[in-house]
Ligand binder design. Structure first.
Ligand code: SF4
Ligand code: SF4
Length: 369
């Protein structure tokens, strides 16, 4: 069962090796959001991106993966992006691969996802389009005229792939910040009405070291209202869950995760174990390895360790960072790490199971192939 999620069940009890990797493929983006914590804002090329042969060496050092998230920058800007994905597919047999996109380059995104659905048939591929609010607001935040319309065209193109490929899923993510917190309730309805084929809609809190930090001043009650609305929809057959095996379990885990995010943000302290640096690893475009997206926690660069991520994780710097994390010296609300922190925490399993039995998702149409 090389691509089965079941091969990772032992990580609930033993945190031995990474199963969730986030790889920032590039710092370049064709948008310029004020809440972005990663893009290259200088003139000229971003320095030191790993090359495809270097990525191949690096991925060979990693074990088989449960979840592989690509990030950036805009991932589809990078010309050799399909080859990068296929390299990880070959070397790490990811169960799920996540492709977040601003949806601007419609034909490139749709063509690339079609190619990858064919070339990576045993992984589940999830494309997630970013949409933050009504067209005028969205275009202003992304600093791209017509960005919303382009994202909708990308949605139409990708929705067709749902019929062609059973290994494809399509979602929307909305970044919640102080500027759109009063419009998110209505916008959730807009997404449901205008994008009926999506299999998930998530809302994530603006995070990280961004140029406009005031955008992080979200009233937590508004976050809670938005996520409860999405939750109710999955309980009332109004919103589906991912089509991949375990999609309903993932939706139940999402509910527990959102509760944890709300409680953590309210308490302003860590409320659960964090497996960043052990089960989760973040690899930046230039090869720096971090436990999570707090980039000042720098464990070393694969370029200085024979492109071997496992060697980086054994460096003195990495050991110190992992010890600090284990000692609960930091906290955050970042969704990706909360995902692993809930899915692989034995104490959370009963809570997820309790939510699981309450879910009555909207049925989705299976792919024809
Ligand atoms: S689209 Fe994404 S990567 Fe690009 S600037 Fe906005 S948040 Fe950053
Ligand atoms: S709690 Fe947050 S900041 Fe700290 S290591 Fe975990 S993911 Fe990173």
């Amino acid at each position: 069962m090389p691509f089965s999620p079941l091969r990772h069940v032992d990580s609930i009890f033993m945190k031995r090796k990474p199963i969730h990797v986030t790889f920032f493929v590039t710092k370049i983006c064709n948008a310029a959001c004020p809440f972005c914590f990663y893009i290259w804002r200088e003139d000229g090329p971003a320095p030191g991106e790993l090359t495809l042969p270097e990525i191949d060496r690096m991925s060979k050092s990693l074990p088989n993966l449960l979840w592989l998230s690509f990030s950036g920058g805009e991932i589809f800007v990078r010309k050799d992006f399909p080859e990068i994905v296929e390299t990880f597919y070959r070397n790490n047999k990811p169960v799920v691969m996540l492709f977040p996109t601003n949806g601007i380059m419609t034909s490139k995104i749709v063509d690339t996802m079609r190619r990858l659905c064919k070339s990576c048939p045993d992984s589940r591929l999830v494309a997630k389009i970013s949409l933050d609010g009504p067209p005028e607001y969205h275009d202003k935040m992304r600093v791209v005229k017509g960005c919303y319309d382009k994202a909708m065209a990308t949605y139409e193109g990708l929705a067709d792939l749902l019929d062609e490929f059973p290994n494809f899923d399509l979602g929307v993510n909305t970044v919640l910040c102080s500027d759109n917190q009063d419009m998110v309730d209505g916008f959730i309805d807009t997404i449901a009405e205008t994008m009926p084929r999506i299999t998930t809609h998530t809302v994530s809190l603006a995070r990280g070291d961004m140029p406009s930090p005031e955008l992080k001043n979200v009233q937590l009650e508004k976050y809670k209202a938005a996520v409860l609305k999405l939750e109710e929809r999955v309980k009332n057959r109004e919103l589906p869950v991912y089509r991949f095996p375990g999609g309903k379990w993932k939706a139940a885990q999402d509910i527990v995760q959102r509760q944890l995010i709300f409680d953590t943000a309210q308490a302003e302290k860590r409320l659960s174990n964090c497996y960043a640096g052990t089960l989760n690893v973040v690899i930046a475009a230039d090869g720096q390895v971090h436990p999570c997206e707090e980039f000042e926690m720098n464990m070393g660069n694969v370029k200085d360790h024979d492109f071997d991520v496992m060697k980086v994780l054994e460096s003195p710097e990495a050991k110190q960072i992992k010890a600090d994390i284990k000692a609960w010296k930091c906290h955050c609300t970042h969704e990706c790490f909360m995902m692993t922190n809930t899915l692989f925490n034995p104490k959370m399993i009963p809570k997820i199971a309790k939510e699981y039995v309450k879910l009555k998702p909207k049925p989705t149409t299976p792919a024809s192939s």
